[in-house]
Design a protein around this ligand. Structure first.
Ligand SMILES: [Zn+2]
Length: 543
């Protein structure tokens, strides 16, 4: 199929070329360097995020005879891999071979020593598609794998992998790739292909790819088969049924001018013309976010979707609290998209609701009150909103699921953070983690998360997004613990314990999907970055 050509051509040939999974790559490279290779890996994450590519590179690297951060591409093993006929690297796509026979065939081969390399590597793609029987056959092998065998299981749907298999794997969660990185890589590829492009067009494509590099390239392929001469924004919009940003801004402003019937008519016309309604909702949300960011920072370079003039125009006409409600409304309708067949109806309802928010929140009723409302209320609301949106407050249900999946061994292992805590009191760069954690206790650990208990303000502090990310990164780097940290207070702890007691035993140890932080770049800080970390953006302003 033609659209796979670009993806195949530009599939990463080295670890350094893998886009957006730096942390995982770094960890795997270190594992090879330190000879700490596990027998089974689970690569979980959305489609097109590099699971199979990384699996292949890893298989090549562990068999390379002179690995040095990358496979050498020179030795016999590397050559066999590059020719596509390494006898010890076996790939199976469970989506097409989900029968127990295929797995049995593989398993029969497992005891035999590798033919060429050090390890026999089995890459099973879309492993969740295996039948229950096939899973059980696989499980037996995973229980006592011979030293020369490594399994890499990849899946977009880890919930469907049976827990007994999950628990035998070292798990890596591949995250969606940022639009920025997709855009960067896509532009590189266009340059190498000598195709002129409009940057806006690449940006739009990258956004449409929703975190998948493979999707980005197949979208690009579609555009290039439509117009091989150049990648233009209008072509992208035309091919994928998108509305242009000015049209969307116009629509958004209309909603708030109470022109509901016009908006609905317009929306229906767009729909008839094949417009992507979910995309429109996402775009409107981005417009709202841009306007809010602009109101707070006043910097044009922070805007994604609209320009400063459009942002100013929106802010002139629409109060900030209304924008915040718009964001909520839009977020809600977008989250419903997967469940609702008739998304258009929900979107219409959402837009009508938005128009009405404006009417009821409109500060124009009396002239005297107008000033007060405009001046005071929005300021308060945005501050509150800021605090809220920067705090990661996990839901009780989610925490309970983690608790049900937690076990003592993991908790004991994670206790290392606390055992070493005192040492950090004297290290200037790490002191903040000491301050953050001192007086709290480790409550529960499962494979992907830690729950910490402290008082309310400690919990809030740890759950604050920026600090939480830093803490995640810190325990990762310091102890190799790749887990999200959630903090609760004593009341919540008691509540969770009660809920735990009430839950039937068979509900325990069920895998929980924990979305982890994704860092665009995991690298040593340059001196400039360090300065920036210490002094914030002030340096930039002075420049
Ligand atoms: Zn090699």
């Amino acid at each position: 199929m033609a659209y796979q050509v670009l993806y195949r051509t530009y599939r990463p040939a080295k670890f350094a070329e893998v886009v957006g999974q730096d942390y995982i790559v770094k960890t795997l490279v270190n594992a090879i360097r330190n000879n700490k290779i596990a027998h089974a890996y689970l690569f979980a994450g959305p489609r097109g995020t590099g699971k199979t590519s990384v699996a292949k590179l890893f298989a090549k690297a562990i068999n390379c005879e002179s690995f040095d951060g990358e496979a050498c591409d020179q030795c016999e093993n590397c050559k066999a891999y590059l020719d596509g006929n390494h006898p010890d690297i076996i790939e199976l796509d469970a989506a097409s071979n989900n029968g127990v026979d295929d797995v049995r065939e593989i398993i029969e081969q497992v005891p035999y020593a590798p033919l060429l390399g050090k390890y026999k590597v089995y890459i099973i793609d879309e492993v969740h598609m295996l039948t229950a029987q096939a899973f059980n056959a696989l499980l037996k092998t995973l229980e006592e794998p011979p030293a020369h065998v490594i399994f890499i299981l990849a899946t977009t749907d880890p919930q469907k992998v049976i827990p007994t298999v999950l628990s035998r794997c070292q798990r890596y969660n591949f995250s969606k790739i940022s639009t920025y990185e997709i855009k960067k890589r896509t532009m590189e590829i266009l340059k190498r292909e000598n195709v002129p492009f409009e940057e806006k067009a690449v940006e739009e494509l990258s956004r449409l790819a929703e975190g998948g590099m493979r999707d980005a390239l197949s979208l690009l392929e579609q555009c290039l088969s439509y117009n091989p001469e150049e990648l233009k924004l209008e072509d992208v919009e035309h091919i994928f049924g998108l509305t242009s940003t000015p049209e969307e801004v116009d629509l958004f402003n209309k909603i708030h001018q109470n022109e509901v019937s016009e908006v609905v008519t317009k929306l229906r016309n767009m729909y008839v013309q094949g417009m992507d309604t979910k995309r429109l909702a996402v775009d409107l949300l981005e417009i709202v976010k841009d306007a809010l960011i602009y109101s707070d920072q006043g910097k044009e370079n922070l805007l994604n979707r609209i320009n400063a003039i459009e942002a100013q125009e929106i802010l002139r006409n629409i109060p900030i609290d209304t924008l915040l409600q718009d964001a909520e409304n839009l977020e809600e309708v977008i989250s419903r998209e997967k469940q609702n067949q008739n998304f258009l109806v929900y979107l219409e309802l959402c837009l009508i609701r938005m128009a009405n928010t404006r009417r009821s929140a409109s500060p124009k009723k009396t002239v005297e009150k107008k000033e007060e409302t405009v001046k005071e209320e929005p300021v308060k609301t945005i501050e509150e909103e800021k605090v809220e949106s920067f705090v990661v407050e996990p839901e009780t249900e989610f925490l309970l699921a983690i608790l049900l999946d937690a076990n003592r061994d993991l908790k004991v292992a994670d206790q290392i953070i606390y055992n070493k805590l005192d040492l950090y009191a004297y290290e200037p760069e790490k002191r903040k983690f000491y301050q953050m954690l001192i007086g709290t206790e480790l409550f529960a650990s499962n494979k992907d998360a830690i729950i910490i208990c402290g008082n309310r303000s400690q919990a809030n502090n740890i759950n604050t997004k920026a600090l939480n990310e830093e803490l995640y990164r810190f325990i990762n780097k310091e102890f190799g613990i790749d887990k999200m940290v959630y903090a609760i207070d004593q009341d919540k702890k008691n509540e969770l314990i009660e809920l735990y007691k009430k839950t039937p035993v068979e509900e325990r140890n069920k895998p929980v999907y924990v979305e982890k932080y994704h860092f665009d770049e995991v690298k040593e800080e340059t001196p400039e970055e360090k300065l920036k970390d210490l002094f914030g953006d002030t340096l930039k302003v002075e420049e």
